[in-house]
Design a protein around this ligand. Structure first.
Ligand code: PBG
Length: 333
C-alpha cells in the first residue's frame, strides 16, 4: 500500500521519535525528593494493617523505625506523622494534642535521635484527639469554634516544635491559624520551624480510608463548615492569598488528583512552593484496581504522581512514597 504523504509543515511526532529526544523535551521530573511520606503511628507494640489501605499500617515504634529506614534507603527523607490515639485519651478540647509526653513528641524525639537530618512534618488539627472527631472544638450547639480552636492549635504546634518538628502543617481549615501559629512559634524563637498550610482542603469523600485508619470520623455532622466546597475554585485563591500574607512557607491543595485545576491555578497565583496531598481514597482506588489486575500498578502510580507534579506541585504527600521511590531508583521491579 503506497500513500502520498500529507502536506504537513508541523509534525509534533518528530519530537517523540527517539528516546534521547523524548528525554530532552520532557518537561516534568519525578524523584524521591518530591515525596513526603505520611505514616500512621500508635502506641501499640504491633503493626496493625489498615484494611482499606493495603500496604499501610498503624505502626508501632519498631515498625515506624523500620519503615523510615527503608524509605530513606531510596531517598525519601521527609515524613509526616499521623497518630491514632486511644479513645480514653480523647476529650472535647483535645488537650492530649499538646501533652509533652504524648505519642507525637515521643516519636519525633525517637526519630531525631536516630536520624538528626530526617525532616519531620507534623499535622496540626484536633481530630485525632477530639472526642467529637472534628478538627476543631465543638460547642454544645454543634458549631465548630474558630478562635478557641486556633488557641488550641498553637499549643499543639508549640508542643511539636519543642519536640523537634521541622515543619508544622495545619490541616484544620480554621480562619487565621497560620498567622497565629507563626506568632506563637516566633514567640518561642522557633523562627526556623516552617508552616506548610493546608490552604485549599476540600470537604472530600476521598478521606474515608484515613478516617478508618485513625478512627477519627466525626461523631456527628460533617466538616463542611470549615473544609471547602468541592464546587469552588475562586475560594481557593482567596485562601491562598490569606495564607501567604499570614506567613505560610508552603501552600497545599488536598486532595490532589481530582483537584489538579486548583493546583494549576495556585501555581499561577503565588510564588510560594506548592504541595499536594494524594489522599487515602486516591491510594485505595489505585491499589484496589491494581490488585484486581485491572491496572498496571507501577505505571498508574507513577503517572498519577507525575500528573500532580505537572499541574504544579513541588512536593507530594503520598502513601506510595516508599514504593514509588523504589521503582524510580530501580530497587523494585
Ligand atoms: C485531618 C486530616 C485528614 C487527612 C489529613 N489530615 C482527614 C480529614 O480531614 O477528615 C486526610 C488524609 C487522607 O485522606 O489521606 N486533620
Amino acid at each position: 500500500m503506497t500513500h502520498d504523504p500529507l502536506n504537513l509543515l508541523q509534525r509534533p511526532r518528530r519530537n517523540r521519535k527517539h528516546p534521547a529526544i523524548r528525554a530532552f523535551v520532557r518537561e516534568t521530573s519525578l524523584g524521591p525528593e518530591h515525596f513526603i511520606y505520611p505514616l500512621f503511628i500508635h502506641a501499640g507494640d504491633d503493626d496493625v494493617p489498615i484494611a482499606s489501605m493495603p500496604g499501610c499500617a498503624r505502626l508501632s515504634r519498631k515498625g515506624l523505625l523500620a519503615e523510615v529506614e527503608a524509605a530513606r534507603a531510596v531517598g525519601v527523607n521527609l515524613v509526616a506523622l499521623f497518630p491514632a490515639v486511644a479513645e480514653s485519651l480523647k476529650s472535647p478540647d483535645g488537650r492530649e494534642a499538646w501533652n509533652p509526653n504524648g505519642l507525637i513528641p515521643a516519636t519525633i524525639k525517637a526519630l531525631k535521635d536516630r536520624w538528626p537530618d530526617l525532616v519531620i512534618v507534623t499535622d496540626v488539627a484536633l481530630d485525632p484527639y477530639n472526642s467529637d472527631g472534628h478538627d476543631g472544638i465543638v460547642a454544645p450547639d454543634g458549631r465548630i469554634l474558630n478562635d478557641e480552636t486556633v488557641e488550641a492549635l498553637c499549643n499543639q504546634a508549640l508542643c511539636q516544635a519543642r519536640a523537634g518538628a521541622d515543619i508544622v502543617a495545619p490541616s484544620d481549615m480554621m480562619d487565621g491559624r497560620v498567622q497565629a501559629l507563626r506568632e506563637a512559634l516566633d514567640g518561642e524563637s522557633f523562627i526556623d520551624v516552617s508552616i506548610l498550610a493546608y490552604t485549599a482542603k476540600y470537604a472530600s469523600a476521598f478521606y474515608g480510608p484515613f478516617r478508618d485508619a485513625l478512627d477519627s470520623a466525626p461523631k456527628s455532622g460533617d466538616k463542611k463548615t470549615y473544609q471547602m466546597d468541592p464546587a469552588n475554585a475562586r475560594e481557593a485563591l482567596r485562601e491562598a492569598e490569606l495564607d501567604e500574607v499570614e506567613g505560610a512557607d508552603i501552600l497545599m491543595v488536598k486532595p490532589a488528583g481530582p483537584y489538579l485545576d486548583i493546583l494549576a491555578a495556585l501555581r499561577r497565583a503565588t510564588h510560594l512552593p506548592l504541595a499536594a496531598y494524594q489522599v487515602s481514597g486516591e491510594y485505595a482506588m489505585l491499589k484496589a484496581a491494581s490488585e484486581r489486575g485491572w491496572l498496571d500498578e507501577k505505571r498508574v502510580v507513577l503517572e498519577s504522581l507525575l500528573g500532580i507534579r505537572r499541574a504544579g506541585a513541588d512536593v507530594i504527600f503520598t502513601y506510595f512514597a516508599r514504593q514509588a521511590a523504589e521503582w524510580l531508583t530501580g530497587a523494585r521491579k
